[in-house]
Design a protein around this ligand. Structure first.
Ligand code: ADP
Ligand code: MG
Length: 761
């Protein structure tokens, strides 16, 4: 008794998955687990929940759908509600900080993290009849852990006679990770592949790869809009700021006015009078010509083109028309990395100006990114106003999560933002990296949903071959082991080494991490013998300290330093210290060019760092940071990163620790004696598994050169001696016992030696 809107009905019938409804539902009814792979846009996310609903799966329990991205969680719940002619009361969503679930909810879309939280309080997921894990190919940490847990929950529910069904949905990418993994699923679950009609997409590579990919994207969009036949444009950039910048710039170039009837103004571009291979135009091919000659040719050509264009234009009343605004935002694009190429691309951009001016057709430029409000998100699915051309500027959410209708041209910067972890410190940062080749193929595919299309890659074929990885490892395998182990233990997953991961991280690393965390007091032994099991085994569980530590976005050892510093007004120092320690290569000059005094000397190298960071903050407030860094041999970028981390940690602590009111004081005094002593203890508490003992000269074997052992230490887990860093301030005192932050290798093969960095007595 579903009363679908006829329009919805028509749109649904076009989806390839509709023809598979019967086959899919038979497989669902007969199996607990099913894998559905299919091209993006084939209808998996919007249709399968409806099939299940219509088959009665939401009658007693709910249908759960997890999404790794917030933007898809909201958009898909709305779409499914609309298609089923139900309200958000029945088809709802839930994510951190936001949701509209009611007691009548039948289909519940949620982020993967939310379902993971629910498992912690209801392991058997008793509210649900089916769990759909959508976008499994994205391989988010939470999705991977969910799959591991569900592989065990499903048989448990079966044993109790209340079947739980699991449907894993994925784009057609590396499905083998789920099917050919007997630790995950003893017998491979049935797999169904939804074939979708895909029209040919012509791929165009750039000849050169320019660092200013935003400018390139803008230029390409202008060329497409002014020269190529109708059809939506989809541009991939890396983040919200880039999206907004490009949308503003495109809107300013091709503005839309409500009071103009654009349907009359457009010159019809037909397929015959243009060559979609915008890059194989002669202006881009002549590469060996003399630069000046080339530029002149380009300008002549552009002028000629612009003239031709203006001839084709119908007469319009200029008083009734908005001229494109002079775009004063160009300096928003960072020109930091500019190389010689940029100048000639500037000229090219200028030559586009006449084409822009003479183009009367507005570009309906819309942003799309994860944090965009749902109202504005929804606009990308609606047709543009008559006469305007749709142009969506998106992050990689439009790669597989959301399918935008009627895209004919894809402009791909080839970049994406990825969380990159430092294995030394556990600090993570979003970095712009090359998208994988698999990702680039997905992006290109977006141009071929409704007809033949074109994908313009704004980088060279060589970059594609050599710089883009085939695909990225799942995030779970990229995270530092300590941090992953602590996260899973906090979720109540005790056996992290034998956990049924879809792709398992290195077992030895996991074991070592467990050991380290135990030494640090973040995990502790817990005997299952208490329950009189025959094979009592020892498992490690999180301590209360560990719980506190897990709140910090840092490797547990640094989190521990922070968690223990909420006394004697140590927090501001601990935050500065930890921030400095987690950024690499702060000092470029000699550490002892630093007038290290009294207490800071007590703290050893981290004390020098602490002083440097404090002084740099003061210089920053006075606007003299650059000079200061140069003078004292500090890497300015590192100092800026430290400041960012300090701010982040400070605000997080103020939010999460009641009563904490930490500020960053640019005139922070050096710690007093007592504080310095306590800070040393904090360093020891976090680095207690990395201790060195001075090798006495009497321990040096006969025949060895004793002078070589002046700065040599013995540390527990190494046979060979380790040495104080050549810039270490402790070379002055050579203390008996030290803790160090990090060991590293120096010298060539013949003079190889292990060196301790950031050492404290
Ligand atoms: P898949 O999950 O297989 O990638 P989807 O179910 O997300 O596919 O999309 C199926 C179709 O539904 C696509 O053509 C898409 O454009 C359309 N669609 C999805 N959401 C909306 C919406 N809010 N408005 C209009 N069409 C939509
Ligand atoms: Mg989908």
């Amino acid at each position: 008794d579903i009363k679908r809107d006829p329009k919805v009905q028509i749109a649904r019938l076009k989806l390839p998955i509709l023809g598979e409804e019967q086959r899919i539902m038979e497989l669902v009814n007969e199996n607990e687990i099913l894998i559905v792979s299919g091209e993006t846009g084939s209808g998996k996310t919007t249709q399968i929940p409806q099939f299940l609903y219509e088959a009665g799966y939401a009658e007693n329990k709910m249908i759960a759908v997890t999404e790794p991205r917030r933007v898809a969680t909201v958009a898909m719940s709305k779409r499914v509600a609309h298609e089923l002619a139900l309200t958000s009361k029945e088809v709802s969503y839930l994510m951190r900080f936001e949701g509209n679930v009611t007691k009548d909810t039948k289909i519940k879309f949620m982020t993967d993290g939310v379902l993971l939280k629910e498992i912690q309080s209801d392991f058997l997921l008793s509210k649900y009849s089916v769990v759909i894990i959508d976008e499994a190919h994205e391989r988010s940490v939470y999705t991977d852990i969910l799959l591991g847990l569900l592989s065990r929950i499903v048989p448990l529910r079966l044993k109790r006679g209340i079947t739980l069904r699991l449907i894993i949905m994925s784009a057609t990418l590396r499905v083998e990770d789920f099917t050919d993994n007997t630790r995950l699923f003893k017998t491979p679950p049935p797999t169904i592949k939804v074939e979708a009609r895909q029209f040919p997409v012509t791929i165009h590579f750039n000849k050169n790869t320019y660092s200013d990919y935003l400018k390139e994207a803008y230029k390409k969009a202008v060329k497409i809009h002014t020269r190529l036949p109708e059809g939506g444009i989809l541009i991939f950039v890396t983040g919200q700021q880039e999206v907004n910048y490009l949308v503003r710039k495109l809107k300013a170039s091709f503005p839309y006015r409500k009071d103009v009837d654009y349907t009359k103004l457009i010159t019809k571009k037909t397929v015959n009078d243009v060559d979609p291979a915008l890059d194989s135009e002669p202006e881009d091919i002549e590469s060996d010509d003399d630069e000046v000659e080339k530029e002149m040719k380009r300008m002549r050509k552009a002028r000629k083109k612009a003239k031709q264009k203006s001839k084709q234009l119908p007469k319009i009343n200029l008083d009734d028309y908005d001229m494109p605004e002079d775009d004063g935002q160009a300096d928003l694009v960072s020109d930091d990395d500019s190389d010689g190429h940029l100048s000639d691309s500037d000229v090219e951009e200028d030559t586009l100006a006449p084409a822009i001016k003479s183009c009367r057709q507005p570009l309906w430029a819309l942003p799309l990114y994860s944090m965009l409000g749902s109202e504005r998100q929804a606009r990308v699915f609606a047709p543009p106003p008559p006469g305007a051309r749709l142009c969506v500027v998106s992050t990689d959410v439009a790669e597989t999560s959301l399918t935008i209708p009627a895209i004919k041209y894809v402009v791909d910067t080839g970049k994406k933002k990825m969380r990159v972890y430092s294995h030394a410190t556990g600090a993570s940062a979003w970095r712009v990296v090359w998208a994988s080749r698999a990702g680039a193929e997905q992006r290109a595919g977006r141009a071929g949903r409704t007809g033949a299309g074109h994908a313009y890659r704004l980088y060279s074929a060589a970059v594609f071959q050599h710089d883009c990885p085939a695909h990225y490892e799942p995030e779970l395998c990229r995270r530092p082991a300590d941090d992953l182990v602590l996260m899973m233990k906090c979720m109540g997953i005790d056996k992290v080494v034998n956990f049924p991961y879809p792709t398992a991280p290195d077992k030895i690393q996991l074991r070592l991490a467990e050991k380290r965390l135990e030494v640090l007091g973040i995990l502790e032994k817990y005997e299952t013998k208490k329950f009189k099991k025959k094979n009592a085994e020892e498992i490690l569980k999180v301590t209360p300290l560990g719980k506190a530590v897990s709140a910090f976005p840092l490797l547990p050892r640094y989190g521990k330093m922070l968690a223990l510093s909420h006394q004697f007004n140590l927090l501001p120092y601990a935050i500065a210290l930890v921030s400095a320690l987690t950024v690499q290569e702060v000092m470029t000059g000699k550490a002892d060019s630093w007038p290290a005094t009294g207490n800071t000397l007590l703290l050893g190298d981290p004390g020098v760092l602490l002083r440097a960071v404090g002084a740099a903050e003061y210089a920053h407030v006075k606007g003299e940071e650059e000079l200061f860094c140069a003078k004292y041999g500090l890497r300015e970028k590192a100092i800026k990163e430290i400041r960012k981390l300090r701010k982040q940690l400070t605000s997080e602590i103020n939010l999460s620790v009641s009563g904490a009111n930490v500020t960053i004081d640019p005139e922070m005094k050096p710690p007093d004696d007592k504080q310095a002593k306590l800070l040393r203890q904090l360093l020891l508490s976090g680095l207690g598994d990395q201790v060195g003992r001075k090798i006495g000269l009497d321990e040096v074997k006969d025949g060895e050169d004793k002078r070589k052992f002046k700065y040599a230490y013995h540390c527990s887990n190494l046979e060979e001696p380790v040495f104080l860093h050549s810039e270490s301030i402790l070379r002055k005192s050579i203390p008996e016992w030290v803790v160090y932050q990090e060991l590293y290798e120096t010298g060539g093969t013949d003079r190889r030696k292990m060196v301790m960095r950031n050492v404290t007595a």
